[in-house]
Design a protein around this ligand. Structure first.
Ligand code: SF4
Length: 447
């Protein structure tokens, strides 16, 4: 008994590097635990639409779950809307298969009604699918399909099931940087103005057992050949005790696989960083987001640029590579904050800084309300097409020129970020593992 469930990861983005589809691995574990038979299909790893057509024709599933990861590039210098491509995937599934189609994934969850309307899918799951998808499969198997079409998951305390990494998918990603992903918790208690993440995962942190996290890291290293792990939590160093426990579990397991994670540049102690380093931390991606206190405050980041400098100095003193991601041109940016921000970024030593300009507006975020209030956007405008907010107090061309002029000749200051794509691809083709930006840092080795 049980249904044949085909989980399709539709992500076709390969820049700056392709990212392992962890969402369908979690769903596969949940479906299996509920007595169904999940099959994972990744468009990038398995050969695109032609391979999907062969798969659908050869063994038609009872249920298809289509996971949509990204709406677009979220980069105003290289905008690209991914939804039309995903519509092609949907059209192919409809043409070759009569099974109900369930939409899900982060991009779907941001604009579920608009995407349901566009795709004419049977069902959609907003948020995490580990509970709703098996329930839906049960209903379909019993012959009692629900009338409701869109289901909204409540962030569950214990969504964790064994994660079913798929080796045929992993092989592809290991060939492009050797990175596999692991999640240690869900949720984000912060409310940064532009971010949809707390809406997707909730504001409450929900932790995974540290031992299970370490087991996964050891397993994907041993069985699949992971050469690098990326912890995909919104903020790795939130929930201080838990992240320390994860590090301790990794050390106890004897982990030697290097890893990277997203960090919040605040309240990171030297002792904690030393422990993380012993557990394998080699690089931190820091959600700095703005470069002056005024713009940090407008984004509701909850820390100051002095916090950023302190965290960066600490990481540098321990030989941990640090990258900062900055968005210029957001709320309350003016000529003064641009100059102050560029000067502040000069104070960040032995690190890489990536800059973006303009903020991709997503519905349900605090900045969306502000943009409506400022009259910069009409509430009826569809945000499926990327829309970027620029502070009315700056001129976009001048801003771009200022950043480029300030960073001319520097390899550790990157704008626009798309210039890195080819370089990263080149290095991954030659067998290098990891996100590669750390190779831009010029610094002596420290202990
Ligand atoms: S930007 Fe990061 S820290 Fe801020 S709300 Fe989003 S996930 Fe949380």
């Amino acid at each position: 008994m049980g249904l044949d469930c085909l989980l399709v990861a539709d992500n076709q983005v390969t820049t700056p590097y392709p990212v392992y589809p962890l969402g369908i691995a979690h769903l596969a574990g949940a479906l299996e635990a509920a007595g169904h038979r999940p099959y994972q299909f990744d468009l990038l790893a398995h050969g695109g639409l032609k391979a999907l057509a062969r798969r659908l024709s050869a063994s038609p599933p009872d249920l298809v779950a289509l996971s949509i990861r990204n709406l677009d590039t979220v980069d105003s210098t290289a905008p690209d809307n991914f939804i039309p491509k995903t519509q092609e995937t949907m059209a192919l599934i409809r043409r070759l298969c009569r099974a109900p189609v369930v939409l899900g994934g982060p991009a779907f969850s941001i604009m579920p009604e608009a995407i349901m309307e566009l795709f004419q899918a049977d069902y959609g799951v907003v948020g995490e699918g580990e509970i709703i998808l098996p329930w839906l499969a049960d209903c379909l198997e019993r012959g009692t399909p629900p009338h409701e079409r869109i289901f909204r998951a409540k962030p569950a305390d214990a969504p964790w099931q064994p994660v079913r990494y798929d080796s045929s998918i992993a092989d592809y990603y290991l060939g492009w940087g050797g990175i596999l992903n692991v999640q240690t918790k869900r949720g984000c208690p912060h409310r940064c103005a532009y971010c949809s993440y707390p809406g997707l995962e909730g504001n409450r942190l929900r932790f995974r057992d540290p031992g299970s996290v370490a087991d996964d890291v050891m397993r994907i290293t041993r069985d699949m050949g992971a050469r690098y792990v990326f912890f995909t939590d919104a903020v790795f160093n939130d929930g201080q005790d838990h992240c320390l426990q994860v590090a301790e579990a990794l050390i106890r397991s004897g982990n030697t696989t290097p890893w990277c994670a997203f960090f919040r540049p605040q309240n990171v102690s030297r002792d904690a960083l030393k422990l993380f380093k012993r557990a394998g931390l080699v690089a931190m991606e820091t959600g700095t987001d703005a470069a002056a206190d005024q713009t940090l405050s407008a984004l509701n980041k909850g820390f100051t640029f002095d916090d950023v400098i302190a965290t960066n100095d600490l990481a540098a003193s321990l030989g941990i590579s640090c990258a900062h991601f900055i968005i210029f041109g957001g709320p309350d940016e003016d000529d003064g904050t641009v100059l102050e921000g560029l000067a502040n970024l000069e104070r960040l030593k032995k690190c890489v800084v990536f800059a973006f300009t303009g903020i991709r507006i997503l519905p349900g975020t605090p900045i969306y309300e502000r943009v409506l209030r400022e009259g910069r956007l009409d509430a009826s405008q569809s945000l499926l097409e990327p829309f970027f907010y620029f502070s009315p107090k700056i001129r976009r061309e001048r801003l771009e020129h200022q950043i480029k002029a300030a960073w001319a000749g520097r390899i550790d200051r990157v704008y626009p970020c798309s210039i890195m794509d080819k370089r990263i691809r080149y290095l991954h083709e030659r067998g290098h593992a990891g996100p590669m930006w750390d190779m831009l840092i010029r610094r002596p080795c420290t202990k």
